[in-house]
Ligand binder design. Sequence first.
Ligand code: DC
Length: 228
Amino acid sequence: MIITIDGPAGTGKSTCAIRLAEKINFIYFDTGALYRAICLFAINSKINIDCKDSLKKLVSRFKFQIKEINKVPHYFVNDIDVTNEIRSPQLTLQVSKFASLETVRNALKPIQYDFGKNCNSIFDGRDLGTAIFPEADIKFFLTASSYIRAERRHQELITKFPDKRVTFEQTLSDINQRDYQDSTRTCAPLKKAHDAIEIDTTTKTIEEVVGLMEKYYIEVITHKTKGK
Ligand code: DC
């Protein structure tokens, strides 16, 4: 079974996906980490992303792995642990542009398909319910006001990167810019799948959102079992 959770940054996708996966014993895949990882790889490789040939060579050399260390997922690019680096504010600013490239999106598809093969999994990102798994069993689309999303992201950033002195205003402006880039790109833009369940998380706690998701999951499972 595949569950997809899409939506803009700061809506609580990852936190809710992790909690739901723990509760219903599914495997969780944060596809944002994949886009961040390939973006970092491109920056470190110093390639010109406007050159199609360089980009093709780059994606062919990209090897991505997830390993659990002390129950925390760690992300590896060609055997180097990039878990912390991919969350830096500088990288966050650049990843949207990179994620809009068709060559990149196409190269990352098989990695996502492989992960979803033969296991019950929850994927979170922007295009899971529309482009990657249009046949997913359950699709959620999370929303929240940009102000509250920026507040959540800002808290996260000052905790993780206290020396970077990121302001709330900067975080809000970055979130708005990223939303715009993610939802207006031509290739697999951020949008709600027609059959996705929309949850506005602005005034909800994580427990409330996860509770709603679990309730829906149980309804689907019950319905499937009765249909057999
Ligand atoms: O969810 P996140 O902030 O870690 O995502 C990082 C970037 O990757 C963001 O700009 C959107 C992009 N992304 C995407 O285009 N498609 C996905 N499935 C996941 C993320």
